[in-house]
Design a protein around this ligand. Structure first.
Ligand code: FAD
Length: 445
């Protein structure tokens, strides 16, 4: 009997195009494990919406394996050696991740090897590994366009099919015992209506995008138009790989859709860029990427104003629509994400980290790289960021991108009635204050 190989899943909850699983299955029996690690300081605890998604994704994966997915709780450095002992495994494989938690992986790899086991990691979740994309001088890129131009020069491998797996048996937890779903006051009805977590749901989403929405992708900035892929949570949990998306975009497409492929792939490129930035700056959610922003005089948030922003009661219709979409569905249209973030940071002068944390809790696609990366992009403190002094006027943004107010009326039905609140900010005065505050950053540059 060949000793089993443990495949430790993290942000790669799929059976197709899973290099660690394919390599393990080639060697012999496989123990497939997912760990809920609330203990390691390098692992950012998931927010509530992500925990909801994780529950659905694990259930779907477990079903796809005929209930062979093993669930264990605790830090990998304790639980994986325990699982090795329980199963007599000779090897542990996983797909690489790129944030602070990769320190755990590096330590685990060394200690497993010291104990005589084989430990191997694989490229699965990024088209281009961060250390392979470098400027002519050998440095990491700080600007997107040259990054993406250089990255694309490397060949992109074809996705792997689902392997035939001989499952090895191991004990694990019952998914329900993890209590990932809210226990009292179930607020997840809107999430259920909007999403189908799991690998099958991810591929259905890609197909519907290709056949129904890609042709309209040039209208992706209009929140009332269904023009984007809505693949972000599926990508965050690794239910679909960027290699599968890349291949689909180079396959058979409706004629009207082909003109939008390069733009769509460049958005996937922004995901790669943010992962690249995180790889080189693991504290992206905590620290300004551009240290000059450390001098920014953020206001102490007024709890009532902050709550109005979080609950979509600011009196600024496009902002309220976005914040309500977020709370109801765990998602917000990209253009509107920029608008609500700009209001918080620039008109309310609240530290971007406060908004980032709220998004982290509410988004089903909350991503360790893309969430802080984009918040810092809006703040002006990030890589290749929008300049701070370019302050969105949310009313003009709404006129431009939701001219018929379809999106606003969908989420804010009381807009235009006496029920709707007055704006909590004076847009013109707060704009002037923001520009004055920015002088502190300019002085440090
Ligand atoms: P599409 O337009 O169909 O794009 C395809 C894929 O490209 C997306 O699924 C996503 O993986 C990637 N992508 C697109 N735009 C971006 C971008 N600006 N940055 C990085 N990747 C991108 N995206 C996340 O995946 N997770 C987050 O936590 C997140 N937080 C954000 C916070 C703010 C303040 C802002 C302004 C943007 C944030 N984004 C985040 C980026 C973007 O809003 C979402 O990726 C996009 O709205 C997802 O919808 P879609 O899948 O239909 O996108």
């Amino acid at each position: 009997m060949t000793a089993p190989t443990i495949v430790w899943l993290r942000d790669d909850l799929r059976l197709t195009d899973n290099p660690a699983l394919t390599a393990a299955a080639d060697r012999g029996p496989v123990v497939l494990v997912y760990l809920l690690d609330d203990d390691s300081p390098e692992v950012r605890p998931m927010g509530a919406a992500s925990r909801w998604w994780l529950h659905g994704s694990l259930r779907s994966l477990s079903t796809a394996t005929g209930d062979q997915l093993v669930l264990r709780r605790g830090a990998a450095e304790t639980v994986i050696p325990q699982l090795v002992a329980d199963t007599g495994a000779a090897a542990v494989f996983w797909n690489r991740r790129y944030g602070a938690a990769r320190e755990i992986d590096a330590r685990l790899k060394s200690s497993l090897r010291e104990s005589g086991l084989e430990a191997q990691s694989f490229q699965a979740n990024l088209l281009f590994e961060p250390w392979t994309v470098r400027t002519g001088e050998g440095n990491p890129f700080r600007v997107f366009t040259p990054f993406w131009r250089a990255a694309r020069e490397a060949a992109v491998r074809a996705p792997l099919p689902v392997p035939h797996v001989d499952w090895a048996i191991a004990d694990g937890d019952d998914l329900e015992s993890w209590a990932l779903l809210p226990t009292h006051l179930d607020w997840t009805a809107g999430l259920h209506e909007s999403w189908n977590p799991g690998e099958e749901g991810a591929h259905a989403q890609l197909e519907s995008f290709v056949t129904e929405r890609l042709a309209d992708y040039h209208r992706r900035d209009e929140p009332a138009v269904e023009a984007t892929s809505r693949l972000s949570p599926h990508l965050s949990f690794g239910e679909i790989s960027p290699f599968q998306i890349w291949e689909r975009m180079h396959g058979d497409l409706p004629a009207a859709a082909t003109k939008n492929v390069a733009k769509f792939l460049s958005e996937v490129g922004w995901r790669e860029f943010n992962a690249n930035i995180l790889f080189h700056s693991p504290e992206l959610a905590e620290k300004n990427y551009r240290p000059a922003f450390d001098a920014f005089p953020w206001a102490e948030p007024d709890p009532r104003d902050l709550k109005a922003w979080q609950q979509g009661r600011t009196g600024i219709p496009i902002v309220d629509a976005g914040m309500r979409e977020l709370r109801h569905t765990g998602y917000m249209h990209n253009r509107v994400r920029m608008i609500v973030a700009s209001l918080l940071i620039k008109n309310m002068l609240i530290d971007w980290r406060v908004g980032e944390k709220w998004f982290w809790d509410c988004l089903v696609d909350a991503d360790e790289a893309s969430n802080p990366g984009n918040w810092q992009w809006v703040a002006g403190s990030g890589a290749d960021a929008a300049p701070y002094f370019r302050i969105f006027n949310p009313m003009l943004q709404a006129d431009k991108f939701d001219g018929q107010q379809k999106y606003i009326k969908r989420w804010v039905p009381e807009f235009g009635t006496a029920e709707y609140p007055e704006s909590i900010v004076d847009l013109a005065a707060s704009r002037r204050e923001a520009l004055a505050a920015y002088e502190h950053v300019k002085a440090g540059q």
